[in-house]
Design a protein around this ligand. Structure first.
Ligand code: HEC
Length: 474
């Protein structure tokens, strides 16, 4: 309520953040895992009869690694900052205020990480192998340290644990119930991705014998992660809040129709991705010749799909909150929502960025949509509100808004009867129906309910009338 809305047409702000973040996750995980890969490979190269040749290959790996992580990693990282602060200014403000030192440490780590990586890269010709091993080790420790820090903030958002808005216990929030399982999952995933990146760089080696040895080395990085992730994932699942488990298990009205299908698809995607990675890696191990650029890139893409599935699952489970139990995705604080006078009073008075619209107009309804719904729904694109309200009649809409919170994935509606009427009139206008919001006020509606979908006034549609769309992405 305190910040303006970033209204992104067909995608919605949340999806823009998700797209940038998903790319960044893959890159940043390779960036940390690749550090460990470099250290171990440096040590391994010293034990090889043709150590210099291995190190030359490592130089090629480091070139790919440097460009990939510093250019793509850094730009998408900044992209996350740009997009999240526009999409959820209220949440970012809370995170910055609570974890200001963690952010500061993170930025120092990031700067040192890049510096050490450049020292390592440009030291290939000049430094002793010992010095290179040391630099690679320092790089890995710092890069992993940045995960250790950011992981506290990321997991806090879904499982704030004993942190509350009253006690603001930062240690409890940082080392929250999800912290350790998530740290381990991400760490083993990083090693896995480093091995996959190794396949890609190794795919260009011409000498079959040498290529075979490098591939065998990379295989050892992929297999442990692929085996450990499901078990660690289950441990993580046990730390999730009860409401999240309910949403993920599909026990809430409407979610069965709308969300679960997406979750199921995503869970299947993650499972299929994991299995394909193990099988693909076993094939690579047995027949190193099959490792070509396309096969190696496909493996990375499969891993990306798996990560997407897992991250989407986690994000979905956090609905309707951006910080679980504390702040709803649309900037409504849970403590404010508990105060009926505040929740049910006129909305525009409390919203700071409504563009000065006149009360009771369609423009009023549009502002209510932007400020209360647009963080999750677009008008007619991703999670389209037009599609989801296609069976609405005017009277049903207003009553439905009064019960939307019961679905478990949406915040409660904020505002009075006129706010609801304005929103419903606006939503109807999106499909070409012209209604004056004031005609939708309850006293005028009492006489005109004949064609209503919801004759008993419960806010639930008649059985058999599907209100939500089963299709995700519509
Ligand atoms: C925190 C994110 C979030 C916010 C904010 C939100 N919704 Fe939803 N909404 C969802 C999700 C998730 C679903 C269920 C899955 C689906 O249909 O995509 C849903 C479903 C719906 C449905 C279908 C209901 C059914 O019975 O299945 C309607 C209608 C709807 N939302 C309207 C709104 C309106 C109007 C607003 C603003 C007042 C709003 N939503 C705010 C996330 C949100």
């Amino acid at each position: 309520m305190n910040y303006p809305i970033w209204d992104v047409g067909g995608l919605g702000a949340g999806l823009v953040v998700a797209i940038i973040a998903i790319i960044h996750v893959l890159i940043s995980h390779v960036a940390v895992g690749g550090g460990a890969f470099l250290v171990v490979a440096e040590i391994w190269s010293r034990r090889q009869p043709d150590g210099q040749r291995v190190r030359d290959w490592l130089h090629t790996f480091a070139t790919f690694f440097l460009v990939y992580t510093t250019v793509l990693g850094a730009t998408t990282g900044v992209g996350i900052w740009f997009s999240v602060q526009l999409a959820s200014a209220e949440a970012i403000s809370l995170l910055i205020h609570q974890f200001v030192f963690a952010w500061a440490i993170e930025w120092v780590f990031f700067l040192s990480e890049l510096t050490v990586l450049y020292l390592y890269y440009y030291g290939f010709k000049r430094n002793t192998p010992r010095m290179q091993t040391f630099l690679a080790g320092a790089y890995f420790v710092i890069a992993w340290g940045s995960l250790v820090v950011i992981n506290g903030i990321l997991t806090f958002m879904l499982t704030p644990g004993a942190w509350t808005i009253e006690n603001k216990d930062i240690a409890a929030g940082f080392f929250n119930p999800g912290y350790f399982p998530a740290l381990l999952i991400r760490t083993v995933t990083m090693f896995l991705l480093a091995g996959l990146a190794g396949f890609l760089v190794a795919s260009r080696i011409r000498d079959e014998e040498f290529k075979g040895r490098i591939i065998q080395f990379c295989v050892k990085w992929v297999i442990p992660g692929a085996i450990l992730v499901p078990g660690l994932g289950y441990w993580y699942f046990t730390t999730l809040p009860a409401s999240t488990v309910t949403i993920l298990a599909g026990g809430t009205v409407g979610v069965v129709g709308g969300t679960l299908s997406a979750l199921t698809r995503m869970a299947i995607l993650a499972g299929v991705a994991g299995t394909s990675l193990v099988l693909g890696t076993l094939v690579f191990a047995a027949y190193p010749k099959t490792v070509n650029t396309i096969a190696a890139i496909s493996m990375l893409l499969v891993a990306q799909l798996g990560i997407m599935g897992a991250e989407f699952f986690r994000e979905m489970g956090r609905k309707p909150y951006v910080i679980h139990g504390v702040l709803y995705s649309n900037g409504l604080w849970v403590k404010d929502a508990k105060d009926p006078a505040r929740l049910n009073g006129p909305y525009l008075e409390k919203a700071k960025w409504h563009g000065g619209v006149a009360s009771g107009t369609l423009a009023h309804g549009e502002q209510v949509f932007r400020l209360q719904c647009a963080s999750c729904h677009t008008r007619d694109g991703y999670r389209s509100v037009v599609y989801r309200t296609r069976n609405w009649t005017a009277g049903f809409g207003s009553r439905w808004l009064g019960t939307m919170h019961d679905m478990g994935v949406m915040p409660p509606f904020q505002g009075d009867a006129l706010d609801k009427a304005a929103l419903v009139a606006y939503v109807l206008s999106l499909r070409g129906e012209t209604v004056d919001p004031r005609d939708l006020l309850p006293d005028r509606q009492a006489t005109a309910q004949g064609d209503d979908l919801d004759p008993d006034g419960s806010g639930q549609a008649l059985p058999g009338l599907e209100v939500a769309g089963a299709e995700v992405g519509r």
